[in-house]
Design a protein around this ligand. Structure first.
Ligand code: THG
Length: 291
């Protein structure tokens, strides 16, 4: 009815462009280059070695990741030194757009200096400090950015307040000359083990952001199942609901979630004559999809 039209976000590496938009196949941002909960990756980063990073990158690329999130945050790791080093090592081997994930703007700035294309920056929030430190970097680099729908008061349990935070980020980006199409909103996801309403709140936030801003939308999907058994099933089921509402580029474990995405794109009208689904099935048929 009064919904604003959806828009497309383009990100790139040296030789590959990825386009994110609601009329297109779901874009998967691979989450595994992140030392949280991964002892070997953490130890290798602390030692300045790239072998584990490249192994995680290879798995995700082979599983069908479109973009790789790169986060090197861990005790004993100097992010300003390591983020550019890891970014350069990945891009030497894989021609795939990256999502530069750090809570330190200085680390993002250092990584931007070695990045050859148009990356995604993860992230800015509606907090004044964050807007002032991150958006100028996004503008100068001509990058795209993930905006977290939270402000000084944290993650609101009210979807309208999350929308207000998203609106603030978009307005401040546009005021600096960053096009709205280069802002991707993270509608935020908390565990349903803590509060049964979390899934519904996130779905309502996605609807509000889609209708009022038209921008692309991401989520750290696996947060929904934190603390629960059989997380893959929960993540896959919620993913379908969120994609139906307007999610376009979730941050996920691509190896585990890809089969669900192929099926979701098929049933949500993003797969002409089921060609992508059938092609994926043929290439992975040993024991069925994803096994
Ligand atoms: N929004 C945005 N960026 C984000 C998040 C988000 N970046 C970080 C995170 N959330 C997404 N990345 C991860 C990375 C790892 C895991 C979850 C999300 C993870 N690790 C396993 C664990 O903790 O149990 C352990 C390692 C393993 O996979 O074996 O789940 O929400 N914008």
């Amino acid at each position: 009815m009064n919904e604003v039209p959806g828009m497309e976000t383009r990100v790139s590496s040296a030789g590959r462009e990825v386009v994110i938009g609601r009329a297109r196949p779901t874009v998967l941002i691979g989450e595994r280059i992140n030392p949280t909960g991964k002892k070997r990756l953490k130890e290798s980063l602390q030692a300045g070695q790239m072998d584990q990073v490249l192994l995680e990158a290879e798995w995700q690329v082979r599983a069908g990741a479109d973009i790789l999130d790169v986060n090197v945050g861990a005790g004993g790791v100097d992010e300003i030194k390591m983020l550019p080093k890891v970014v350069a090592a990945i891009l030497e081997t894989f021609d795939i757009p990256l999502c530069l994930d750090s809570s330190h703007p200085a680390a993002i700035e250092a990584a931007l200096a070695v990045y050859p294309g148009k990356p995604l920056i993860n992230s800015v929030s509606a907090e004044e400090d964050s807007l002032e430190s991150v958006l100028p970097l996004v503008k100068r680099a001509g990058a795209a950015v993930i905006g977290l729908a939270l402000d000084e008061e944290g993650i609101s349990s009210d979807p309208e307040k999350r929308l207000a935070a998203a609106q603030k980020i978009v307005a401040r980006a546009e005021a600096l000359g960053i096009p709205r199409s280069d802002v991707i909103i993270d509608c935020l996801m908390l565990s349903v083990a803590v509060n049964k309403e979390e899934g519904l709140k996130t779905l309502e936030t996605i609807r509000l952001v889609r209708e009022s801003l038209g921008v692309n939308i991401t989520l750290g999907l696996s947060n929904i199942s934190f603390g629960l058994p059989d997380r893959e099933r929960i993540n896959g089921i919620f993913l379908a609901a969120a994609l139906g509402q307007g999610l376009t580029c979730p941050i996920v474990d691509v190896v585990k979630i890809k089969p669900f995405v192929m099926a979701a794109d098929l049933v949500l009208g993003r797969d002409d004559y089921a060609l992508r689904y059938i092609d994926y099935y043929r290439k992975n048929r040993k024991g069925g999809l994803g096994r």
